[in-house]
Design a protein around this ligand. Structure first.
Ligand SMILES: [Fe+2]
Ligand SMILES: [Fe+2]
Length: 155
């Protein structure tokens, strides 16, 4: 099956976000665990795993369309030194991924590639949920203060 080149390019760009996110959240999980923030480490691990699953599905779709998976490096992965900075760095990446996904969904629609559209539409759901979680945690830090927030991450 031959896919639309613009659709394949859009899938590849999203693949770049997935693999960047996978590594960034994995690093943040490791740092949180090292600091003793077990709850946060567990959640970051789960987001890292989610991006791996997303990436696997995107790779399968690209290959099915006759394309080559070719992710590019979006940024050098360096873990942010504090929890609020980690949340801000993650938010930046997820927000950019959502902007890209919305454009890619429109490209799929135009190319009448409804299966790729459905796949990316599902990814929008997951990333919006991810963004909401980041915003909730950041708002919590603002409400209860960082020391209280971090104390709740111990368990
Ligand atoms: Fe994702
Ligand atoms: Fe995500």
């Amino acid at each position: 099956m031959k896919g639309d080149p613009k659709v394949v390019a859009g899938l590849n760009e999203y693949l770049s976000f997935e693999l960047t996110g996978h590594r960034q959240y994995l690093l943040h999980a490791g740092m949180c665990r090292h600091w003793g923030w077990q709850r946060l480490a567990g959640i970051q691990d789960a987001y890292s795993a989610e991006e791996t699953q997303h990436a696997a599905r995107i790779i399968t779709r690209i290959l099915m369309l006759g394309g080559s998976p070719a992710p590019r490096e979006l940024r050098t992965i360096a873990g942010a030194p504090t929890v609020p900075e980690q949340l801000a760095l993650d938010r930046e990446l997820v927000a950019a991924a959502i902007v890209h996904l919305r454009a890619a969904v429109a490209d799929c629609e135009q190319a009448r590639d409804y299966a790729s559209r459905a796949l990316l539409r599902e990814m929008v759901d997951d990333e919006e949920r991810h963004l909401h979680w980041l915003d909730t945690e950041t708002a919590l830090i603002g409400k209860v203060g960082l020391p209280n927030y971090l104390q709740a991450q111990l368990g």
